[in-house]
Design a protein around this ligand. Structure first.
Ligand code: NCD
Length: 311
């Protein structure tokens, strides 16, 4: 495995399998892992707000017996004084053993990588990529569906700016027999680079539709997303598009009994709370898995993944 994670493609399929196996072993009884990272430090450099990703990274390191330092907004770091990301990473790298970094600019972690002496994890860069959310999604799909291939996957919502969508499409296109249905308004369609350079190039089946009701019954997996307000250029467009898709009980009735609903969270209006009690609603299980797959990732990047005997 490489000693950094910037996009899901930095992991081989074997790396992904190993991380999922390790996460599953941690889930079986995490008390066996509670000291493995003692005296290790995770640096969390969050130049953009986050709740789940930052806290799940922190929770992961604390659950391994390690410690955490960092900042949760650019305003409370030296970025506010004009320091470059490269310098921040270089310095913080000398204070810790592994870094998780989130930045509003696409490619910022790549620029930082050359200046970083410890393993670097991209915790989200602008509208580009979010590989640890993808790992969270993959472990959840593997646990819920028992496989990562031959699935019909619907992506619904903001497919233009949603980095979790971009990373997961990249990852799922590496497994055989997966088919994609992209459900979005015209303005928020999946970027051309993913369609042309990835799906067309690999001859992978996909369709683009506007109405969710038309495809609900075909899906094995429905990946809902929030309209990414912070990446819009004007508020009016956001207001017009924000409630374009709302998953409710009525739409769930159109879906297969074994379909699952995922969402990287936070949700705004796009999934009604009435759906939460449906056994097919897997998004809170998914959020919980985020901690365990990040534990697996930290262990692997630190070379400590073989320290505990597997159950
Ligand atoms: C996602 C993100 O930050 O891209 N959230 C997350 O990490 N769980 C999705 C989102 O913000 O909509």
């Amino acid at each position: 495995m490489k000693n950094y994670l910037l996009t899901p493609n930095d992991l081989s399929l074997e790396d992904i399998d190993n991380l999922i196996d390790l996460a599953n072993d941690i889930i079986k009884d995490r008390s066996r892992y509670e000291d493995v990272c003692r005296h290790k430090i995770l640096g969390t450099l969050f130049f953009e707000p986050s709740t789940r990703t930052r806290l799940s990274f922190e929770s992961a390191m604390l659950s391994l017996g390690g410690s955490v330092l960092g900042f949760s907004e650019a305003a409370s770091s030296s970025a506010a004084k004009g320091e470059t990301v490269m310098d921040t990473v270089r310095v913080v790298g000398s204070y810790c053993d592994v870094i998780a970094m989130r930045h509003p600019k696409e490619g910022a972690p790549l620029a930082a990588l050359r200046h970083c002496d410890v393993p670097l994890i991209n915790a989200g860069d602008g509208g580009h990529n979010h590989p640890t959310q993808t790992l969270t999604d993959l472990v959840t799909i593997a646990r819920e569906k028992g496989r990562l291939d031959h699935l019909t996957i619907g992506f619904v919502g903001d497919l233009k700016f949603g980095r979790t969508v971009h990373s997961l499409v990249e990852a799922m296109s590496r497994y055989e027999g997966n088919r994609f249905i992209f459900v979005s308004p015209e303005e928020l369609r999946i970027p051309a680079y993913l369609k042309e350079d990835l799906l067309d190039a690999k001859n992978i089946a996909y369709t683009e539709v506007e109405r969710m009701e038309d495809v609900m019954g075909d899906l094995d997996l429905c990946y809902m997303t929030r309209v990414q307000r912070e990446r819009f250029f004007n508020e009016q467009d956001y207001i017009r598009l924000k409630d374009f898709y709302v998953l409710d009980k009525r739409k769930m009735e159109l879906a297969k009994d074994y379909m699952i609903v995922l969402h990287p969270l936070p949700r705004v209006n796009e999934i009604q709370p009435e759906v939460d009690d449906d056994p097919r609603a897997a998004y809170f299980r998914q959020a919980a898995n985020g901690r365990f797959i990040r534990m697996a990732l930290i262990l692997s990047l630190l070379g400590l993944d073989q320290e505990v005997e597997r159950l």
